[in-house]
Design a protein around this ligand. Sequence first.
Ligand code: M6R
Length: 610
Amino acid sequence: MCGIVGYIGKKFVDSVLLVGLERLEYRGYDSAGIATISNGELSVFKRAGKLKILDTALKQEPLGGNIGIGHTRWATHGEPNEINAHPHTDCSGKIAIVHNGIIENYIQLKENLIKEGHIFQSETDSEVIAHLIEKNTANKNFEEGTLAAFKELKGAYAVVAISEAEPDKIIAGRKGSPLIIGVGKEENFVASDLSAILTHTNEIVFLNEDEIAVISNSKIKFLNLDGVEVEHPSQRIEMKVTDYSKGEYSHFMLKEIYEQSEVIDRIIQTYFCERNLPVKFGGLTLGREYLAKVGKIIIQACGTSWHAGLIGKFLLEKYSKIHTEADISSEFRYRNPVLEGDTLLIAISQSGETADTLAGIRQAKSKFIKVLSICNVLGSSIARESDSNIELMAGPEIGVASTKAYTAELTILYLFAIYFSRLKWAIHQEQMDQAIAEILKAPDLIKKILQNNSAIEKCAEQYCNAKQFVFLGRGVNYPTALEGALKLKEISYIHATGYPAGEFKHGPIALIDENTPVIAIIPKGEIYPKMFSNILEVRARKGKVIAIATEGDEDIKNIANNVIYIPEIDEDLSPLLAVIPLQLFAYHVAVKKGCDVDKPRNLAKSVTVE
Ligand code: M6R
């Protein structure tokens, strides 16, 4: 979704902003712009479409100066055109703002401002902020006026503003949407995302909810919304700029698919401990006594993270014998769920900024329910607002389609289920040793699947012109079917539906004909014979079947049109392996169709609005 970067210092501001915006491109956007103050005059330059268009135009007519703000916009209110692109200005063109989030009371605010004589240019909710600052600075300074303007806003915002009247400061404030401040020497930065400023500094301050920062080149002052100064020491973030480059790979998604073995190995090395209680989570600050008394778990998440949650439910119920629900955050937050004292809420999120998941956490906390998050981005809103956080350690995930974060989530959930079942004495030593022995095999087995990439690519080539796909799975691999379908549709724009295979004959089997390929996930395990019958039902209706099966399964060759093998592993861990060929399949189909794999249309990496 939208991205923000701001800079004050001696460097050439256009280029700091453009490089920052380039690093935010992965979040998804449809227009971009910058505003700077040069020789006491504020100028704005924006363009619809890709950043390259803005970049080329700016090279002809640079804005210059030592202070500026930039934005990539993912349209919510109003078309993705130049007028609606940020930065937005007040009537005088002397105040410019960029905004992430949604101002829920903007219609009311806009009507009042229009009555007072303000003239609006865009259809956005964001423009009201510039006019509100204008109104409030009529008799106050920039800091006081901006603070007063923020107090009138309802909804979610991360706002960064500059004013010609006080060209020595940037003012930034947030509620609901993230903002970080980068601390430099005689220069400072502000951004919505670490990636935008990591080339310049690793000293970071995560701005809190309802706080503002007044940023000059040598000083940063933090205030709460009452105008009271608050302390905010910076912290050093050990992330490298190279984590944000795709290296030898043609796409971030492919790089991230290939990183999965390493990521899972890292997770195991970090959280694996000794034999008696082999799993230990460093960041897990919820006490063992508390956890042992938990009577019910609710997992809430969105998209791919929700699919991981569905598998988490399966594992927690099986190993810990604890009733577990897995809900989509946008449903959870509005369904008035039963949240009782002994319930633990688990929130799963790669980005840590997903608006619905964050809202679910807040709802649980308002009812005094403890929240454990499983999150990739340290310092993110979800990680910070939860009672405890287990870090995913997948490294930055740039491709919009989530891959390595998903397998990292599955690994953590598996380890957590073992840890939890041990606390509850629901698993005996032998079972636990066996479960641990299985996960230890996973990194090497994933490498082996990746060696089969060219066969998967050929299979993708064979089927890439299909108009729709069906993905079928059962038990612990029903969510794998959902995830396979999601991967394919989000990056190749081919319609795909994921279904529990046992439910297929209750309606969706009507879709089957010779032009609708079915991808069937059928690893060896208890449910194998049932899945086998479901495949026969598809074949009987002339459906083409691509089976994801376990090495050594010769029978499957007799009924499937194509077989992609995965190595043998315990059925409970088969989702971790089965999803890899599905990710590669989706990737190759999308490449063959010429789609923008890393930045699919209409999508954003981090969904910060509901
Ligand atoms: O950052 P989160 O894990 O909270 O994001 C949740 C979903 O938005 C995300 O998984 C989305 O579905 C991806 N595009 C899937 O590839």
